[in-house]
Design a protein around this ligand. Sequence first.
Ligand code: C2E
Ligand code: MG
Ligand code: MG
Ligand code: MG
Length: 292
Amino acid sequence: RAKQSGRNRFAFFTAEIEARSARTLQIENALRRAIERGQLSLHYQPQVELRERRIVGAEALLRWQHPEWGWVSPAEFIPVAESSGLIVGIGEWVLRTACRDARAWLDAGLDVQSVSVNLSAVQFRHPQLAELVDRCLEEAQLPPWRLELELTEGAAVDDPAHALTIMERLHARGIRLSMDDFGTGYSSLSYLKRFQISKLKIDQSFVRDLDEDANDRAIVSAIVRMAQALGMQTTAEGVETEGQMAFLREQGCDEAQGYLLSRPLPADDFMRFVRSHRPLPAPTPAKPHIAE
Ligand code: C2E
Ligand code: MG
Ligand code: MG
Ligand code: MG
């Protein structure tokens, strides 16, 4: 009986693995044609500084609309793109398009300081990364300080010495680097202080329950303080409530992005959003109360 159930379990796992790899293969094949067929696009999510909510930047987020499947989530196709190596070509397209769009914002007179592009660990390790970045900036005539590259903690783990070299090379060009999803990966604090990182992006898992969870408040507060001590900025991800916003501001967090401000928007809608956005009035110092 034990043998029987063991065999069943084995059969079950095999079926599951087969189904999963069939789906992976299907995605991989479709993804191969997605760029040439114009199925990929970038959406932009505004990033604001916390005091007056001025827009300071936008994060480029990849979107894939398949003619039959509809929208496929990046959480599903990015891992496939990474394991198949397709991320190199896709990432190149993302970088080129984001730089071009950022140029268009400048040409339209919009006040958006920078565009952030997500870089997968595979791209980060690619020997021609620095040349690619140079080419994209050059083509778009975009100053390097207007480009921010988002790395995940994993990008630096395998070979920290190599990561350090690449980061220094990008940093020397004036490109800003930020650590995405900070707090969820395997970051070593001893490397963090040596890396040329100018910003920590506080992962949304710490932001989500800020209104209810004292532990999350303690973690976020500690990340902000540590970043300040190391001379880094902080951006909170996934901000959905005014309560979260108020807490983050109180703690000295620099920037935020999230559904409270805006969902990621198609390029045209993003430009409309920037045009119509009104920052909050500058906070006035509290007046002493005068009894009448
Ligand atoms: P990420 O870089 O951490 O991006 C933030 C994710 O949070 C985005 O999901 C965004 O749509 C979502 N988000 C923003 N505000 C809120 C909010 O208030 N609440 C909630 N619940 N979610 C919010 P998305 O677009 O599905 O992307 C998922 C991940 O896929 C990204 O996480 C990033 O790691 C990866 N990704 C997206 N575009 C690219 C790309 O061009 N290249 C690479 N290598 N990875 C990408
Ligand atoms: Mg990101
Ligand atoms: Mg993130
Ligand atoms: Mg994430």
